[in-house]
Design a protein around this ligand. Structure first.
Ligand code: AP5
Length: 216
């Protein structure tokens, strides 16, 4: 049966960083809803134009639009063995929709690791983040690239995200607390949630995550 894992956590917790490592290790497709929106934005699709305002303000894109986009991605043949979802679901309505779509595919969510990092650390993480066009993530202090401004993995240029400005980050954290944190109880009630200490160094967080996944 296809295996689906859902990474949740506040903005800057390290979901994307860990998802890249875990997906490669288990040969899973990494689906980041944020990356899908950014790709659409770059290509100026109707979906990208619709998402733009919400993303710039640090708000969630409406559920129906987000669910449709992820559903289309999960339906592709490369997800037949499962996927690692990063940034989706982000509301209980999205979580309900995910359960329904996976049931249709004869599958279900296996585990929901919550990467837990207190709000006070998140602004520093996001203000020092540098990303390449392929989504490889660095941090000028915690995980610097070998050459400033250049991705170690594919040699492309690094950039800072528009929504990593302080005011937008503060709103993203507020939105997480109000709209996404209820998923902790949602998945806790379903015995799928496992809390991971995201304040440790990147390698230590990976180790904790791998150990949680190996247990299921
Ligand atoms: P999205 O792209 O999903 O952003 P996010 O959830 O806010 O998460 P981030 O990508 O900012 O952080 P991350 O947890 O992946 O951290 P990272 O690994 O980069 O969403 C963007 C927008 O799209 C949303 O605001 C919304 O508008 C829209 N959207 C997306 N999904 C949606 C949905 N489902 N519904 C509605 N709207 C949606 O790490 C951060 C930094 O910290 C990096 O520099 C990294 O090097 C560093 N770092 C990582 N781990 C550690 C560590 N252990 N110690 C020290 N530094 C670390």
């Amino acid at each position: 049966m296809a295996k689906f894992y859902v990474l949740i956590g506040p903005p800057g917790a390290g979901k994307g960083t860990q998802a890249k490592i875990i997906a490669e290790k288990y040969n899973l497709v990494h689906i980041s809803s944020g990356d899908l929106f950014r790709e659409n934005l770059k290509n100026q699709t109707e979906l990208g134009k619709l998402a733009q305002g919400f993303m710039t303000r640090g708000e969630l894109v409406p559920d129906d639009v987000t669910i449709g986009m992820v559903r289309e991605r999960i339906s592709r043949p490369d997800c037949k063995n499962g996927a690692l979802l990063d940034g989706f679901p982000r509301t209980p309505a999205q979580a309900d929709a995910l359960a329904v779509m996976l049931k249709e595919f004869g599958s279900k969510v296996e585990l929901v690791p919550l990467i837990d990092v207190p709000a006070k650390d998140l602004i520093e993480r996001l203000s020092g983040r540098w990303t390449c066009k392929e989504g490889h993530v660095f941090h000028e202090k915690f995980n610097p690239p070998q050459k400033a401004g250049i991705c170690d993995i594919d040699g492309s240029e690094l950039y800072q995200r528009e929504d990593d400005k302080k005011a937008t980050v503060e709103n993203r954290i507020k939105v997480y607390t109000e709209q996404t944190a209820p998923l902790i109880e949602y998945y806790g009630n379903r015995k799928l949630l496992v809390k991971i200490d995201g304040t440790k160094p990147i390698d230590a967080v990976t180790k904790e995550l791998l150990s949680a996944i190996e247990k299921v």
